[in-house]
Each structure stands twice: as C-alpha cells, then as structure tokens.
Design a protein around this ligand. Sequence first.
Ligand code: ADP
Ligand code: ASP
Ligand code: MG
Length: 406
Amino acid sequence: MARIVKKFGGTSVADMERIRAVAARVKKAVDQGDQVVVVVSAMSGVTNQLVGYVTEASSLYDAREYDAVVASGEQVTAGLTAITLQEMGVDARSWLGWQVPVHTTDAHGSARIEEIDTKLLEERLNIGQVAVIAGFQGIGPDNRITTLGRGGSDTTAVAFAAALKADRCDIYTDVDGVYTTDPRIVTSAAKLDAITYEEMLEMASLGAKVLQTRSVELAMRYRVPLQVLTSFEDLPGTMVVDEEDIVEQAEISGIAYSSDEAKITVEQVADRPGVSAAIFGPLADANINVDMIVQNVGAADNTTDVTFTVPRADMERSVAVIEGLADELKYKSVASNDKVVKVSVIGVGMRSHAGIAAKMFATLAEKGINIQVISTSEIKVSVLIADEYTELALRALHTAYQLDAA
Ligand code: ADP
Ligand code: ASP
Ligand code: MG
C-alpha cells in the first residue's frame, strides 16, 4: 500500500467528462489498495474569469475580497470530484482550505502555507476514505480565505505530500511531462525522463509555468518524490529527483523564458560611490524586486548608465521611484521598455562543462539578436532580448545545445 497525492490541473477537470476520467483514475489506485489524496484546480479558464470580475468591480480591490472570489473555482471542482467518486462507489469527501485547515500567512493573493493540520485527514485516510482537497487556498491569521498565487494548486499538492509523508506526489497536467523547453512554442522540445530539483526550481522561477516555483522549493526541502504527467493518457511522466540519481548529465537540461520583465535605464548618472545604493535602496523600500542589473563603463564625463529589470507590473511604479530621486541623483533621463523577454539556459552540467555562456552568446549573435542584459548563476545563464525574437532565440538555442527531439 502506498500513500499518494494526485493533483489535477485546470484542463484535467475542465468539464464533467474530464472529472469522470479523474475519478476513474483515482478509483483504480484505491482498488489497488492505495491511500489517495486528490488536489484539484478550478476548471480551466475559471480563475482568469473570476480575476476579471474582480478587476472590473474595482481596480484597487480589497485583496481579502479578491481571495473570497477567486478561491471559489476550486470549491466547485472539489465538490464535483467527491460526488463523482461517490457515484462510482468510492468513499470520498471534499475539503476546503479552512476545513483542513491549511494555515497560511496573511499575504492575500500570494499567501504562503505555514502549517497543515493533518489529524482529521489521517483519520479519514486510515479508514480508506479519499480526501479531495480544494487547491490554491488556505486560511489566514485573520480567519479569512487566502490564495497562494497563480498556479498555487501545485504548492497545495506538494505541501500535503510533505505533511502526510506521502510516497509520491503526482502532478497531472495537459503535457506528458517536463520538456527541454515549452513544447507549445518549440515543437522539437523533448520530454525529460528526469530533472533535478535544482534545475526544476530554476526552470520554474525563470518562467516555465509547468510547476509553481514555490511547489518545487517545498519538494526540494522535504525531498518529496515528484512526478509531472498527463491525465489524458497512461504514460510515465518526468520524475523530479536528486542530482545523484541522474546518470548522464547533458550540458544543458532546459531553456526557459519569461515575458514578465521590464527594463529600466537611468542615463548619465554620476559615477561615484553610493549611487547604486541610492537607486536600489528606494526600489527595495517600495517592495520592488530588481532582478538583472548592469552598469556600463563610466564615460569621460564621469557618468554612467545603470540598467536593471523589474517585474512588468512594477515598471511604472519603478520609474516613479527613480523620478522621485532626480534632485539627489542628477541623472540625465530615465528610460523604460517592456518589449523584452528573459531567456535562460539551465543545467547542473554547467558545473563541469565550459563554454556554455559563450555558446549562448554566439548562437544569438548568429541570428542577429542583440543581448541587452546578462546574468548568471552556478547553473544558469540568462539574457534579456527584444521580445519579438522570443521564438527565434528559443529555437536556435534549442538546436545549438542539441536538445531537439530525435
Ligand atoms: P495546469 O493547469 O495543469 O496546472 P499549466 O498550464 O499551469 O497546467 O502548466 C502546463 C503548461 O506549462 C503546459 O501546457 C506548457 O505549455 C507549459 N510549459 C512551459 N514550460 C514547460 C516545460 N519546460 N515543460 C512542460 N510544459 C511547459
Ligand atoms: N486555479 C488557480 C490558477 O489558475 C490555481 C491553479 O490552477 O494552480 O492560478
Ligand atoms: Mg499550473
């Protein structure tokens, strides 16, 4: 007997036919003697629609009420999945975040799970009942519903797997695993049999939305055996594993891209000690997350250009912060651009292979793509380029690193 958490994303519970397919899959595991915890997302498209209603009601909405609205999609699918299981003769019960309870921080709209009380669930699992958990939601210290940020059902699933010491956490989605890059953009993308926690964490945080970043962090911290697979067929998926478990390490495992970037340049600012602190301190105080940074070599007039990236949604706020520093910094001008994309190549193989970054730059140069900003870490290289080149860059890099599916 194994204890397994199975999470079904929006396309896997998109309508009653899909929900019946989910229930049949769960029943099969129950009939084999497994203890099953099901985590469901809202039907695909529903969360976007709910967010749309909220922003239509008010552009400066109350985040607690946003959560009250957007958490409702998962309530519907949890109830329907439990009913469908019951209809098939499987003992099942739905659970909303507050009923478990899933305790979270009070950051409405992007709360973090702090603790899951598993006592009641354990009792039910031990009598053979299937628990169907509404993903994406919890309860905050203010006793109100919270949500975990978009894509948060993945995190619900991994957190339950960790808290219940499950033997595995299966994430069912609309692709049959983790690919070398987004298979919807690069048709020659190849499915990976396995990827390390570290690489998956970089892939997710650099833009691959197949798993929410936070879910990979939790899986890595609690060593949750994680599998990404399709709910549309019976196929093995991609296992997220420890580095030691990967036999042959390619130089690059994957390529990710993120359109959630905007570039800001402070032009001709004095090249003297303290300038960076004067720019980035106030941005941090405004809770703006600066990602990539580059400072050009000082010109003869002792000024320099400082370029950095921020989340696209924070671009205007960032420009306002810099404009507020005009008297102090005496720069010439501030420019902003959101027609950019961050493309990253990722792989633990980088630790042992030289020339990965050079190959990236040469490949982009060959295609005439200008690199605006670069940042690196031990297992990734990221570049910022004009967003019109996204597909061209992904395809060229995919071929250059020999990732194309045979
Ligand atoms: P779900 O609703 O099941 O949570 P998501 O839409 O959140 O599904 O995640 C699955 C999608 O992630 C895929 O349809 C695919 O377009 C996208 N994706 C991006 N990068 C990758 C990648 N490297 N491997 C697989 N899928 C990826
Ligand atoms: N339904 C939520 C969303 O669309 C959570 C999830 O699907 O993971 O973001
Ligand atoms: Mg998702």
